[in-house]
Write a protein that binds this ligand. Structure first.
Ligand SMILES: [Zn+2]
Ligand SMILES: [Zn+2]
Length: 364
């Protein structure tokens, strides 16, 4: 039997519902969720600042173990896996010609689908999830723990996509600013550091988070004011930085980012995925300084494969244990969501019948 937390809408209690065990069909996998994480986009849904069809099973970040495999699947029962958060057709114009499977015309996104779509087991706030045929499933090496990999299929793969996009515009990148020391920013710092970028700066208003980003390779810059931030960046890059990645979701940072860039610099926008994102810089600033702006939303299957490879390569290099809370019980998801709002950890993780039952995670 599978069980899931059903979201009925803002302010309504979650419903812990049982499902008959679904039998995976052609190309489908039934995966037991071993660990899930509460992403910022889920917090927006719980708060009503983002709309999802209801009722639904929320949650898209997670790792699990294949417990049943339908015909025409290549992943073995018992394999620990992560999977792309979108299921795409692979054949439409957007998938094949434009190479943006995350924008497939038939797109299905886990954790964002109504309960009446398929089996209903479409999100990670559940004991099980049904993985569809157009989803890329990536096996997890034994030494990559659930805790390390739980956000690989959202935050980490997205930043892999951002770094790949940056590389697509310039192979000579010596200085990068990451705006925001949340999980996206921390992963970005680690990816760029490991890729050999000599100077990776990270700006944020939160000293604790900056400390974590520093442990993942960034030079921290406490953003006390736009002027002070710009001056600190100029100390490291008097001619402007080669690239900026916006990973904070704060719109006033866009003007700061534009001001930091050298002529011809690249600006990747990742975090501002909400309507409160009217941009401040003038077109003239962009034109006169020959800047390149690029939006990055979600990622392609190759980015998730690269994300898992990156984790395997850097197990001993970065302190992954500092990012995730100890697992909290999925049965008390409301409590876990309240903890996630306190931003004490980069992510609160949840687990069905978590062994570490307690009212809240310990301080790290
Ligand atoms: Zn996410
Ligand atoms: Zn498609």
């Amino acid at each position: 039997m599978a069980q899931a937390q059903i979201f009925h809408g803002v302010g309504q209690p979650l419903e812990w519902r049982s499902f008959a065990d679904p039998t995976p069909g052609n190309g489908e996998l039934l995966v037991r969720i071993d660990l899930a994480a509460i992403c910022g986009s889920d917090l927006h849904t719980f708060a009503g600042t983002r709309n999802e069809p209801t009722p639904c099973v929320l949650g898209h970040e997670g790792v699990g173990t294949v417990v049943a495999a339908g015909p025409a699947t290549t992943t073995a029962v018992g394999q620990r896996v992560t999977w792309t958060l979108a299921d795409s057709c692979g054949t439409c114009r957007t998938c094949s010609r434009d190479r943006l499977p995350q924008k497939c015309t038939q797109l299905f996104k886990y954790g964002h689908a109504p309960l009446n779509d398929g089996t209903g087991l479409n999100g990670t706030y559940a004991t099980h999830i049904l993985i569809r045929p157009g989803t890329s499933v990536v096996a997890l090496p034994d030494d990559v723990t659930d805790e390390m990999a739980v956000a690989a299929n959202c935050a980490l793969a997205t930043m892999v996509a951002a770094v790949r996009a940056m590389r697509g515009h310039s192979s000579l990148v010596e200085t990068v600013v990451i705006q925001g020391a949340g999980l996206l920013g921390v992963y970005g710092a680690a990816l760029l550091t490991e890729a050999g970028v000599p100077t990776v700066l990270c700006t944020d208003v939160d000293e604790h988070r900056l400390g974590v980003a520093a442990a993942f390779g960034a030079i921290p810059i406490l953003a006390t004011s736009p002027e002070a931030t710009l001056a600190a960046v100029r100390d490291h890059a008097p001619h402007g930085v080669d690239a900026v990645i916006e990973a904070a979701g704060v719109r006033h940072l866009l003007a700061e980012g534009v001001a930091m860039l050298r002529a011809g610099g690249w600006y990747g926008w990742v975090g501002l995925v909400h309507p409160d994102s009217v941009i401040g810089p003038t077109a003239e600033q962009i034109i006169r300084r020959c800047l390149i702006l690029q939006g990055i939303h979600n990622y392609a299957p190759e980015d998730l494969r690269d994300a898992v490879d990156f984790l395997a390569r850097t197990i001993n290099r970065f302190p992954y244990g500092r990012l995730m809370s100890p697992p909290m019980p999925l049965e008390n998801l409301e409590t876990a969501v309240a903890h996630a709002r306190e931003r004490e950890f980069m992510r609160i993780t949840v687990q069905p019948s978590a062994t570490s039952l307690r009212s809240g995670p310990p301080k790290n």
